[in-house]
Design a protein around this ligand. Structure first.
Ligand code: GLY
Length: 256
């Protein structure tokens, strides 16, 4: 402040409450009036194991977090999601689409860190692999403002899912692009896992890297342990120069 390094922007300080607790992501779909809350998930924002290293867009996620009990989920819906949707309606700006609430479960209750008006990445991958019903009628009913009337079914498998992001060496800093990815054919041979492509492209007959977060290796299991096992078994078959991933996705569910 003394050196005025940030110019006028450095003249004011905002002191905020320091929030501690588990971070969770609650995605919901709304037509501006009715809310369909999707299953909860937990992202892993830091680049390396044990939440070390720089922040990223997300290095992996799992669903559902076992510590998010129905009572707490209902509190989140009642105190956060419903008032938010209704406030936008009252302001004559009804919102239709995905409302993503990034929350932190503090000792004094759930608090909002951020809202996004889109699906979360990588939270959506573990949700999609658990979704048994068709997503399209749900999205259509939301865009056409008939979520309440159309009674669209949303069915989930009770199984647990884990998505581990494979990233380019150097991410979230600078990284090389255009590297051929090996072993993707193995990915088609397993019924318990799906590979979601994020930063890839087809070049001739090869699939190459084009981004920082390249693949989301997503697997189901009877529990978090088995889902992790399925995801990491598949990850070991896929490679490119410099690829890296976190080894501890979902461990927060196991360690609690
Ligand atoms: N995973 C964080 C986000 O989608 O913003």
């Amino acid at each position: 402040m003394e050196k005025k390094s940030f110019g006028a922007a450095g003249e004011t300080i905002i002191i905020e409450e320091f929030l501690t607790g588990e971070e969770i992501s609650i995605l919901s779909i709304t037509d501006g009036q009715t809310i369909v809350v999707l299953e909860p998930s937990q992202d892993h924002k830091r680049a390396f194991d044990n939440d070390q290293g720089p922040n990223t867009g997300g290095m992996g996620a799992y669903s559902p977090p076992p510590f998010l009990k129905p009572k707490l989920m209902n509190q989140i819906i009642r105190e956060i999601l419903v008032p938010t949707i209704h406030a936008m309606k009252r302001m004559n700006r009804p919102y239709r689409g995905v409302l993503y609430a990034g929350l932190i479960l503090t000792p004094t209750g759930p608090k909002v860190l951020e809202f996004n008006v889109r699906f979360g990445d990588p939270e959506t991958q573990p949700l999609m692999i658990r979704l048994k019903s068709d997503l399209v009628p749900l999205l259509l009913a939301a865009t056409e403002g008939r979520l309440e009337k159309s009674n669209v079914k949303v069915e989930w498998t009770p199984q647990t899912s884990v998505c581990v992001v494979m990233a380019s060496g150097g991410y979230p800093g600078s990284y090389q692009k255009g590297l051929p990815i090996k072993g993707l054919n193995n990915a088609n041979q397993t019924k318990t896992a799906t590979v979601f492509h994020a930063g890839t492209a087809l070049k001739g007959s090869e699939i190459i890297t084009t981004g920082g977060r390249v693949l989301g290796i997503t697997a189901l299991g009877q529990d978090i342990k088995q889902a992790r096992q399925h995801a990491y078994e598949l990850i070991k078959k896929i490679s490119w120069d410099g690829a890296f991933y976190r080894n501890d996705i979902g461990m927060k569910a196991l360690n609690r």
